[in-house]
Ligand binder design. Structure first.
Ligand SMILES: *Cc1c(COP(=O)(O)O)cnc(C)c1O
Length: 457
C-alpha cells in the first residue's frame, strides 16, 4: 500500500471549539495581535509547539495508573531508569522536570565564566543557561543550514572545519563541552548524520572535550539517518539511536518531545563523579534523585513513551505527516525551509511577503492571518523573537530570517486536519499582496515575543 496512515485508532476525543472569521477578528484584536495571548479554547488547530502537546497512548495511561508515588526508590523510577538506559545506553540517569532543568544542572557543573560552548545551533533555553553561567554559546551549523531554500539531507550537521578553528582559537581548556542538537530545532528540525556525529566525536576525543547531545528529537534524527544515510536502511531505529549515543559522553533530554509525554526530562552521563555532583544540585532544586521533580506516574509514562517513539510505523507516519504539509504548500508556491524537517514546517515569511520590511514583522503578520483565516495558531520566529536594538543608533537590527513555524503535536491531528491547514495557508498565500505589516505598541525588555502588543502598520 502506498497510503501512509495514522498508526493508531482514537479512543478518547477532545472536541475542538469552532469559531467564525468574524469572531476571530474580535478575539485577535482583543489579544493585541499576539497569539500567545489567546485562550487555547479559541484556537482550532494549535501548531504553536510540539512540546508536551502530544497524545499519550493507552499503554502510557495504563502505566500512569501504575505510578508508584513513593518518595525514594519507587518502582516507577526503576522502570524509568531501565528504559532510559536501554534506549540511550549511558551509565547514569538523572531525572528532571523538563529539558532546561537538565541543562541548568549540566552547565552549572561544567561551565565557568569565559568558557565557550559550541553547538550546531543552540536552542534558546540552552543558550540562555550557558550565558547565565557567564559562558559563550557559539553556533557552528554548516552554511547550508542557514539557507532556507538549500537542499541537503543533513542540514543540521556541524561545520567541523569551524569547530577545529574555534578550538584552536579559544584553546581546548576553555571549551568544557561540545554539543550537538539532534534534530536541530532552531534551524528547521533538520537532522545530523552519523558521519557528522562520528567526526565531531573524534575531534572532541582528540582534544579531550566531552561531547553531549541535546537529544530532544533523537528518534526523529535516527529515522532520518535510516532513510537518508548509506548503510543504515537495514538497521533498526533502536540500533541507530544506540550507535548515535555511543559516540557521546552524555545528553540532555526533554521528554516533552520524543519522550511522548506531557512533562519531564533527564540528564545522562557516563562520568560517575560528575553524576554525583549533578545529583547534589538536583536535590537542591528539583528533588530526590529517584524522582527529580516528577510524579511517579510521569516517570512511568516516559518509560513507555521512550519505547513507543522507536516504533518505525510511528516514525514513518510522523515524518510523513510533516512532509505532507510541507509538500502540499510548496507545490502551490509557498516558500518554506527545505526540505521539511521532523517536527515542524517553517514558512519563509520574508520571501512570501517581500513588500513587508523586517521592521514591520512579516512573520507576525503572517501568523495573524493564519489565525484570522482558519483559527490556526503558529509562532513567529523572526525579528519579533530575535530582533535586537542597536545600542548606538537605537534602531532595530532584524533577525537573520523571518520564519513562521507550524509545529506538529505528536499523534494529535489527523490528515484531514492537515488538509484544512494546507487550504488555509494557500488561501492566505493567494491574498498575500494585501497583507499589511505590524508595529509593536508595547514590549518587555526581555523575551518580548511572549507579551508584546501589536497593531497593524
Ligand atoms: C524543548 C527543547 C529544549 C528544552 O526543553 P524543555 O523541556 O522545554 O525545557 C532544549 N533543546 C531543544 C532542542 C528543545 O527542542
Amino acid at each position: 500500500m502506498k497510503t501512509i496512515i495514522e498508526p493508531f485508532r482514537i479512543k478518547t476525543v477532545e472536541p475542538i471549539c469552532m469559531t467564525t472569521a468574524e469572531e476571530r477578528a474580535v478575539i485577535l484584536k482583543e489579544a493585541h495581535y499576539n497569539l500567545f495571548a489567546l485562550s487555547a479554547e479559541d484556537v482550532l488547530i494549535d501548531l504553536l509547539t510540539d512540546s508536551g502537546t502530544g497524545a499519550m497512548s493507552s499503554e502510557q495511561w495504563a502505566a500512569a495508573m501504575r505510578g508508584d508515588e513513593s518518595y525514594a526508590g519507587s518502582a516507577s523510577w526503576e522502570r524509568f531508569e531501565a528504559s532510559v538506559k536501554t534506549v540511550f545506553g549511558f551509565g547514569y540517569v538523572i531525572p528532571t522536570h523538563q529539558g532546561r532543568a537538565a541543562e541548568r544542572i549540566l552547565f552549572a557543573c561544567l561551565c565557568q565564566p569565559g568558557d565557550v560552548v559550541p553547538n550546531n545551533t543552540h536552542f534558546d533555553t540552552t543558550r540562555a543557561n550557558i550565558e547565565y553561567r557567564g559562558a559563550e554559546a557559539v553556533d557552528l551549523v554548516i552554511p547550508e543550514g542557514k539557507q532556507p531554500e538549500a537542499i541537503h539531507p543533513f542540514k543540521g550537521n556541524m561545520d567541523t572545519g569551524a569547530l577545529k578553528a574555534l578550538i584552536k582559537e579559544k584553546g581546548a581548556e576553555n571549551i568544557p563541552l561540545i554539543m550537538l542538537t539532534i534534530t536541530n530545532n532552531s534551524m528547521g528540525g533538520q537532522p545530523v548524520s552519523m558521519a557528522n556525529i562520528r567526526e565531531v566525536a573524534s575531534i572532541a576525543r582528540k582534544h579531550d572535550i566531552p561531547l553531549y547531545f541535546d537529544a530532544c528529537r533523537f528518534a526523529e534524527n535516527a529515522y532520518f539517518i535510516k532513510l537518508r544515510e548509506e548503510g543504515y536502511a537495514g538497521k533498526s531505529v533502536r540500533e541507530i539511536a544506540l550507535e548515535m549515543f555511543s559516540h557521546a559522553d552524555g545528553c540532555t533530554m526533554s521528554a516533552k518531545k520524543d519522550g511522548l509525554a506531557n512533562i519531564g526530562g533527564f540528564l545522562c552521563t557516563n562520568d560517575e563523579l560528575l553524576a554525583q555532583q549533578e545529583k547534589n544540585l538536583l536535590i537542591l532544586t528539583e528533588g530526590f534523585p529517584t524522582y527529580g521533580g516528577l510524579a511517579g506516574r510521569d516517570l512511568d509514562a516516559i518509560a513507555v513513551g521512550l519505547e513507543e517513539v522507536l516504533h518505525e510505523d510511528y516514525l514513518e507516519y510522523r515524518l510523513a505527516s510533516t512532509r505532507y504539509l510541507g509538500e502540499h504548500i510548496t507545490r502551490e508556491g509557498v516558500p518554506i525551509v527545505q526540505p521539511p524537517g521532523g517536527h515542524a514546517i517553517y514558512i519563509d515569511a520574508r520571501a512570501m511577503l517581500p513588500h513587508i520590511p523586517p521592521a514591520q514583522y512579516p512573520g507576525q503578520a503572517l501568523a495573524c492571518e493564519l489565525y484570522l483565516e482558519a483559527g490556526i495558531r503558529s509562532v513567529e520566529i523572526g525579528s519579533v523573537m530575535f530582533g535586537k536594538t542597536d545600542p548606538e543608533t537605537g534602531e532595530e537590527i532584524p533577525a537573520e530570517m523571518e520564519l513562521v513555524r507550524l509545529a506538529i503535536p505528536r499523534r494529535v491531528y489527523t490528515q484531514s486536519h492537515v488538509d484544512y491547514v494546507v487550504e488555509a495557508i494557500i488561501a492566505v498565500f493567494e491574498r498575500r499582496n494585501d497583507i499589511r505589516g505590524m508595529r509593536i505598541t508595547q514590549q518587555a525588555p526581555y523575551l518580548r515575543h511572549f507579551t508584546a502588543r501589536f497593531e497593524r502598520a
